[in-house]
Unconditional design. Sequence first.
Length: 374
Amino acid sequence: MWIVQTLAVLALLSAATGIFFSFIFLSIKGNKAIANRMLSFLLVTFSIRIAEIAFYWTNYVWEFPHLFNISTSTPLLFGVLIYYYIKYSQNEEEKLNHKFFIHLVPFFIYMIYLIPGYLQSEEFKLAELKNVTSSNPVYGVEFYTFRTLKLIHMVIYAVLSTTLINNLREKNLNSHQQNEIRWHQYLVAGFIIFIVITGLQTLGIAVSGYKYIIELDSALMLTCIFMIYSSIYFTVKNPDIFIGSLRKLPLIKYNRSSLTFEKAKEYADRLIKMMKDDKPYLNPDLKLSHLSEKLSIQTHHISQVINDNLGYSFSDFINSYRIEEAKRLLKNPGYDKYTILAISYEVGFQNKSSFNNAFKKFTGLTPSEFKKTV
């Protein structure tokens, strides 16, 4: 039982940590304010979920029976908050609109259904607790109906979130955005694990004759704890993810520039089209002046567009295309006989060291590690 008690203490500490950091995320100003609100509410829901498990394990729920079932509606929030957190993280200028609240309709309907139960007396809730903890608990059709609906709801949002991430990965992302996408992938992976465990828990209760399976509840708790602390870890490691990308902040370097917002957008579109169509990055001696000459745009305006609008340094901007090209070649069976050095030359790098460093920066893997995943 000491393991259970230790996990319960860990859960309560994690819940307190989650609540504490939810206030921190809520207070962060900047371009990611709406996304941070979503993450803040998500941490609160995780914290409530694991706190209820801990209250159950430590028998506090018997002392305070009104805590019973306080987290039963949280699964209807997990998916919505994760999906909209990713959505608003990648669309910093998008405002919160009515569509978000439409997604919350299932949660509000379920809460309305639960209100009569929440208003019941302590005696009624203690009787419910005795039923749940008895050797032969009685679960009605409603129990399985609602658990199944919640599972379906979570699966839908896991698919939506995964699709959103995959669509974002197809865009030309800078290193900051790629770090952000990796964090979103970890978050969705944790959510999918949560869904699988919840499904196994429901199936296990039915198969085992309605007996409580502590191992699955432990796994559920640890998954929530992982998501809370991974949020904190990524905050410390990548503060820009939670404040907003630097490209949205005014740059003093260009505060006297004559380049208008509309012209900058036009130049950025032309530059990206030229990079995709003409592939000038394959030239190992490519310079800013070459791009300026090809596009007939002043050099300092090209530099401003790359730095301010696209969020890159010149070298990172060029290397991002080279790395995408290298990934394409590494996946191509026609280049299987090429060495890593040969690939690096093919995409415009002048030495293997620079290629390896850039590849690691943009993908989190070395070229050799990436090739093994193909």
